[in-house]
Design a protein around this ligand. Structure first.
Ligand code: PGA
Length: 256
C-alpha cells in the first residue's frame, strides 16, 4: 500500500511565501528515502509556479478544489482541464471547509470526482463527521453516507484511482486529534465500505488521516494499519514540520 503525506495550504501564503516553502521542501526532501509520496496543495495562483519548481522531484502538486464543468460561465471557478493544462496531478475535493462555507454538497463532490478521473487527475476525497454527529454516535453512518453519495456512480476501476482522506471536522485546525483507536476504527470502516466496490479497491485506495496531525502525534496515528498517511493543514505550512511528517511516515510505514 502506498503511503502519502499531503499538505493542504488552504488560503495561506503569498507568492514569495509559497516559493520559499516549495524551495524549502525541495531542498529538505532531496536526500530523503523515497518511501512516502509527497503532495502539496498551494492556493490556485501558485499552482503553476509550484509545478514548475517541483518538476522532476518527488513532490506532486494538488489543487484544493475544482469545478465539475469543463468550461463555461462560472465566474471565479477553475475547471479540471485548466488544472490539467498546468500539470497539476491531484486535487482535494469535498473538504469540510468547502462543505461548510461554500455549500458544497455530496452530489457536487461526486461530480467533481468524476470530472477529475476523466482527466487523469487523482482526487483526494475528504469525508468526516462533525462534533455533534460523533457525540450522537452517528459518525460511522455519516461517513458511510458521504462515501456512498460521492462514489456511488463510479465504476470500480475508477474508484480504485482515488485517495480518501478521513478528516473528523472537530479535529480540523482545533488542536484536537482523533485517538489512534478512533482513527483506526473509522479507517477500517471506510476500507470495508470501499470493499463493496471490489477487493482491489479496498486493497489499493490509500486512506489518509487529517485533523491536527503534527510531528508529535503522527507516529501513533501512522502506526495504525489502515492509516496510509496524512492530509496535513497547519503543520504543512512549516517546512521542518512537514518534512518531519514525511520522515515519520517513512520510519513507521517503510522500515517495519
Ligand atoms: P489541520 O487541517 O491539520 O490544520 O487540522 C487539516 C485539513 O483541513 O486538511
Amino acid at each position: 500500500m502506498r503511503t502519502i503525506i499531503a499538505g493542504n495550504w488552504k488560503m495561506h501564503k503569498d507568492l514569495q511565501g509559497a516559493i520559499d516553502l516549495v524551495d524549502a521542501l525541495l531542498s529538505g526532501s532531496k536526500d530523503m528515502p523515497a518511501g512516502p509520496a509527497v503532495v502539496i496543495a498551494p492556493a490556485f495562483p501558485f499552482l503553476g509556479i509550484a509545478v514548475e519548481r517541483t518538476r522532476g522531484s518527488r513532490i506532486a502538486v494538488a489543487a484544493q478544489n475544482c469545478h465539475q464543468a469543463a468550461q463555461g460561465a462560472y465566474t471565479g471557478e477553475v475547471s479540471v482541464p485548466m488544472l490539467k493544462s498546468l500539470g497539476v496531478s491531484h486535487c482535494i475535493v469535498g473538504h469540510s471547509e468547502r462543505r461548510q462555507y461554500f455549500g458544497e454538497t455530496d452530489a457536487a463532490v461526486g461530480e467533481k470526482i468524476g470530472a477529475l478521473l476523466e482527466h487523469g487527475i487523482t482526487p483526494i476525497y475528504c469525508c468526516g463527521e462533525r462534533k455533534e454527529e460523533r457525540e450522537g454516535g452517528r459518525h460511522f453512518d455519516v461517513v458511510g453516507t458521504q462515501l456512498k453519495a460521492a462514489l456511488g456512480g463510479l465504476a470500480p476501476d475508477r474508484i480504485g484511482r482515488i485517495i480518501v482522506a478521513y478528516e473528523p471536522v472537530w479535529a480540523i485546525g482545533t488542536g484536537l486529534t482523533a485517538t489512534a483507536q478512533q482513527a483506526q476504527d473509522m479507517h477500517a470502516h471506510i476500507r470495508s465500505l470501499l470493499g463493496t466496490h471490489g477487493d482491489v479497491v479496498a486493497r489499493e485506495v490509500p486512506i489518509l488521516y487529517g485533523g491536527s496531525c503534527n510531528p508529535k502525534n503522527a507516529e501513533e496515528l501512522f502506526a495504525c494499519p489502515d492509516v496510509n498517511g496524512g492530509l496535513i493543514g497547519g503543520a504543512a505550512l512549516i517546512a521542518e514540520q512537514f518534512l518531519d511528517l514525511v520522515r515519520i511516515a517513512q520510519l513507521v510505514k517503510h522500515l517495519n
